[in-house]
Design a protein. Structure first.
Length: 401
């Protein structure tokens, strides 16, 4: 296996900015760049007479584009080859690959931590004062350059994995839509206030942590992100070095119905049933535990019901707050919300059909997570030349075609 040549980017790509004068009567489709090499961000179109920009950069298919201001976050990508006519501000310089660099191969590089770290090293300062990464500096980055046939083989293999991920993502999206429909199909029943079928709502405790990952077998406290929309993720927790202020009542157990009492407007009032909870997991003050009267209302039933679109809207409408970024629900308003409470047998039937789809969705999400980890490891091994795709692969493809 021969070592790949190391080159500066200015040897294999070139700055290629197509600045277009803004016309008052025209409308422009605008793009940005997502962080961590996740592609273009398609924004709302702007009218020429509603912007102060004198020129916009036209982004063409297969061009490399990055955000000068957000480069330190890995905001770099390669535009898709079927890109329609789009534009970006002058903060997004564009580059065209030369004959020695395949755009598809460079797109893979934009998803690597190595390139993000190189961009970060070129961008100094903190917060809003962080300096922009200028094109001249960007072009000084060094990369290992395999031959064009080797680039094509790597691109082809990774495209197979990406196709699997795309297919699985579509399955997950379809399952999510189906679950939403099932949750909306609530058994007919008269509505009663939540407070009338709940024995109480327990609060957790405020805690100061350093945000470090929990240690297996040690105390932990849930993060807000542990409670998703109708789904619980026990891995979303922080290490709790001092739990002396917590009592047995603050422990989280399998089957607990949890709700986020404070969060962003989109995520406040998320409800989920806890499962697979590690021992010594505690409840923070921003998450409540709802204790339904199980003789009248199942926790699993409420978990799905309150995640349905109609009842999510009721919860968010009851929230309040002085900040647009954070909203809170209070026990009185939440307890006053009316929900249908059918017979226990009907609740169980509703839970069974929702659980079946939720389980399928959970399995698909875990599989996608594993596939992403595999993709990352595979790409790293190929770019580090730890694994090599043999030249016979090219011959096999020619024979197959």
């Amino acid at each position: 296996m021969s070592e790949w040549e190391r080159v500066r980017l200015n040897e294999v790509i070139a700055l290629d900015v197509d600045a277009v004068p803004v016309t008052a009567t025209a409308t422009y489709d605008i793009v940005g760049v997502l962080n961590r090499g996740r592609g273009l961000l398609f924004r709302e179109p702007i009218a020429g007479d509603e912007t102060s920009y004198k020129t916009l950069n036209r982004i063409r298919p297969n061009q490399i584009v990055y955000s000068r201001l957000k480069a330190f976050e890995g905001a770099i990508t390669v535009a898709p080859n079927d890109l329609s006519e789009v534009y970006a501000s002058q903060e997004f310089p564009a580059f065209t690959c030369g004959e020695r660099m395949l755009p598809e191969y460079f797109r893979l590089l934009t998803t690597t931590k190595r390139l993000w770290e190189q961009l970060q090293s070129l961008s100094t300062g903190m917060g809003g004062r962080r300096e922009r990464v200028k094109p001249a500096a960007f072009l000084t980055i060094e990369v290992a350059l395999p031959s064009l046939p080797e680039q094509r083989r790597i691109v082809d293999v990774m495209a197979t994995v990406d196709a699997q991920m795309a297919a699985l993502t579509k399955e997950i999206e379809a399952a999510t839509r189906t679950l939403s429909v099932l949750r909306a199909d609530v058994p007919e029943s008269g509505e009663v206030p939540i407070a009338s079928v709940v024995d109480g709502i327990d609060s957790g405790r405020s805690v100061q942590t350093r945000g470090e990952a929990p240690v297996q077998g040690k105390a932990r406290v849930l993060k807000l992100s542990a409670v998703q929309l109708g789904h619980f993720d026990a891995n979303e927790a922080k290490r709790l070095d001092d739990h002396s202020g917590y009592a047995q009542a603050h422990l989280v157990n399998d089957g607990d119905l949890l709700i986020t009492r404070s969060n962003t407007p989109e995520r406040v009032g998320y409800v989920a049933v806890a499962f697979d909870v590690p021992a010594d997991t505690y409840l923070p003050d921003l998450i409540w535990r709802i204790r339904p009267d199980e003789s009248r209302c199942l926790a699993t039933y409420l978990g799905h019901l309150l995640s349905a679109t109609e009842f999510r809207a009721r919860i968010t409408a009851s929230a309040s707050g002085t900040s647009k970024s954070m909203q809170k629900i209070n026990k009185k308003n939440f307890g006053a919300l009316k929900v249908p409470v059918p017979a226990i047998a009907d609740q169980k039937a509703y839970v069974a059909k929702c659980d079946a789809m939720a389980d399928a969705l959970r399995v698909g999400s875990v599989e996608l997570s594993h596939l992403r980890a595999f993709r990352s490891a595979l790409l790293a091994s190929l770019l580090n030349q730890e694994n090599e795709i043999p030249e016979s692969y090219d011959v096999l493809l020619e024979e197959a075609s």
